[in-house]
Design a protein. Structure first.
Length: 308
């Protein structure tokens, strides 16, 4: 080392030459799924599969398996916030993903952190109902998310039912309605919104449709449906994969495309599994996947020749 140079505290200490670089850090604020298919468990497994170090703040403990949610125990708001403060102070995550918040008081508290600029590159997955139909949000959560948290997000990832609930309208019945709802949610302040889970019937069966809305326009991503009942945790996995790709430096649009590929690979991998008596989990066990994004991208939706 030449004169005037110095080594930062801890830098290189005990590291052999050629040591792997430090991974980016993502924080998930979400509920625990005792069955391991969704929530914190899905988030952390997805982060790890994509080379991102995952930190967590648990908001609630669910009594859950593949057949449904059998109970929910919300953690005190101050305990959740203490977890968040601890991680932010020590690990400095570059991306924060928010899932199940459960109670309006917690949603408002997390929104205050976001408003203070403490939740970088915020990804919001507005978890309101489980795959099995169990409500995961108490009274007032939907309004708190819509009015106070979504405006601070770089990406919001509702499915069609969640988008409808946030807008207090019926679920989209067409791709055009799905696009309109994505843009309506973006108009609330979020930078990017992707409404997932649309369906278009075809002669061959069905296509699954996700619609991405940004200020520059609206794009439709359409892929053939993967036949499987093992789809528990797809929403959590998609949102956490998008967060991981953001942490790795991808643009928001590219992160959404990469997350779609990751989830489709996960669905194909777990399609033949036999885990549990109900809707089994998507796979979080593979670290490689292949689903060329270009094959899923249609032309931008347009209205009278202008991007929507």
């Amino acid at each position: 080392m030449t004169a005037g140079q110095h080594t930062p505290p801890g830098a290189g200490a005990g590291r052999p030459a050629g040591h792997a670089p430090t991974p980016p850090v993502a924080l998930t604020i979400a509920g625990s799924d005792s069955g391991g298919g969704a929530g914190i468990q899905a988030d952390l497994a997805t982060f790890a599969a994509l080379g991102v170090h995952g930190a967590s703040a648990v908001t609630a403990v669910t009594v859950q398996d593949t057949t449904g949610v059998h109970g929910v125990h919300a953690l005190p708001v101050d305990v959740v916030l203490a977890q968040v403060d601890c991680v932010l102070a020590d690990l400095a995550p570059t991306v924060v993903k928010v899932g199940m918040l459960g109670e309006a008081r917690l949603a408002l508290a997390v929104a205050r952190l976001a408003a203070a600029g403490r939740l970088p590159r915020l990804v919001v997955d507005p978890v309101l109902v489980s795959t099995s139909g169990h409500s995961l949000a108490a009274y007032g959560v939907t309004q708190a998310l819509r009015d106070h948290l979504l405006p601070h997000a770089v990406l919001v990832t509702p499915n069609t039912d969640e988008a409808a609930a946030l807008l207090d309208v019926g679920p989209a019945r067409s791709v055009d309605e799905q696009a309109d709802q994505a843009q309506a949610l973006r108009a609330l302040g979020a930078t990017t919104v992707v409404v997932t889970g649309g369906t278009v019937r075809t002669a061959a069966g069905a296509d699954r449709v996700d619609v991405l809305a940004q200020a520059a326009g609206t794009h439709v991503f359409r892929s053939s449906e993967i036949a499987t009942d093992n789809d528990h945790g797809t929403g959590c996995t998609f949102a956490s994969a998008a967060a991981a790709f953001l942490a790795r430096g991808e643009s928001t649009r590219d992160a959404v495309l990469s997350a779609r590929g990751f989830v489709r690979h996960a669905l194909r991998t777990s399609a033949g599994w036999r885990l549990g008596a109900g809707r089994g989990p998507v796979a979080h066990t593979r670290t490689t996947f292949l689903d060329p994004p270009a094959s899923t991208l249609t032309s931008p939706l347009t209205s009278q020749g202008a991007p929507r």
